[in-house]
Ligand binder design. Structure first.
Ligand SMILES: Nc1nc2c(c(=O)[nH]1)N[C@H]1C(S)=C(S)[C@@H](COP(=O)(O)O)O[C@H]1N2
Ligand SMILES: [Mo]
Length: 226
């Protein structure tokens, strides 16, 4: 039995800390994490090839459907145990989240600190209960737009169906009354005017994905084009 386990422990921790501090000093001298060709969210906030904007550009197919909340519906269909159809009141009665994140558009603008309010994708999926074979999601919008993501991406934390942006109801031009927000990917994966969420066993590329854009759309890997 060691007579002074606390002392041994403290010495060990002290040595480890020293080692860590030295390694970090070395990294700082070499500029590690700052000089790489590819960047990671930990190293910097702006993904490669992006430029920061202060405004909020509008991008879509040129049709901006006017969907009144009274007429808005959100359906969850396909490989689900239970089909879901939410009207506006049912949607609003679900638990509400408020999350702040950055937008990265494939046309190279990024916008920091967007405060979204809405319902977590997880909570909507929970209502429908995806079947075990469900592995992909396609979003369908009122303007005919579609886009696809793996189910695990939509079920991940921070994916939501948003109705409020920076404290005000989402503008029609930005997809109001409700849009998908998936901040981890280029913004084309965030379907505006969403009305239907379809769960599939096989992947099905959406509007831009069949027109030369990357299927995954990770801005940190610059997955812009197929
Ligand atoms: N329904 C729908 N959603 C859409 C689009 C669209 O044309 N229709 N365009 C996508 C693209 S390419 C981008 S960059 C973002 C733009 O969102 P914003 O207009 O709010 O900036 O919406 C995405 N979601
Ligand atoms: Mo885009």
């Amino acid at each position: 039995m060691a007579d002074h386990p606390m002392t041994d422990d403290a010495v060990l921790h002290g040595a480890l800390r020293e080692k860590l501090v030295r390694a970090k000093e070395q990294w700082a001298r070499e500029g590690r994490l700052l000089t790489g060709e590819t960047s990671t969210p930990q190293a910097q906030r702006l993904p490669p090839g992006q430029r920061l904007v202060q405004d909020f550009p509008v991008l879509d197919l040129g049709v901006q459907p006017e969907v009144k909340p009274e007429r808005w519906r959100l359906r969850v269909e396909g490989l689900v145990e239970e089909k879901v159809a939410l009207d506006w009141d049912a949607f609003q009665s679900l638990p509400q989240q408020e999350w702040v994140n950055d937008i990265h558009c494939v046309t190279a603008w990024s916008r920091y600190d967007n405060r979204w309010k809405g319902v977590a994708a997880r909570d909507i999926l929970m209502l429908a209960r995806p079947k075990p074979e469900a592995r992909f999601v396609v979003f369908h919008s009122y303007d005919g737009y579609t886009t696809n993501v793996p189910l695990e991406v939509f079920a991940a934390e921070e994916a939501m169906v948003a109705h409020t942006w920076n404290g005000a109801p989402l503008d029609r031009v930005h997809g109001g009354p409700a849009r998908i927000v998936i901040p981890r990917y280029y913004f084309w994966k965030s379907a505006k005017w969403v009305t239907r969420i379809e769960l599939l066993a096989e992947d099905r590329p959406g509007f831009w994905e069949v027109r030369g854009y990357h299927n995954n759309a990770d801005p940190w890997l610059e997955e812009r084009y197929a």
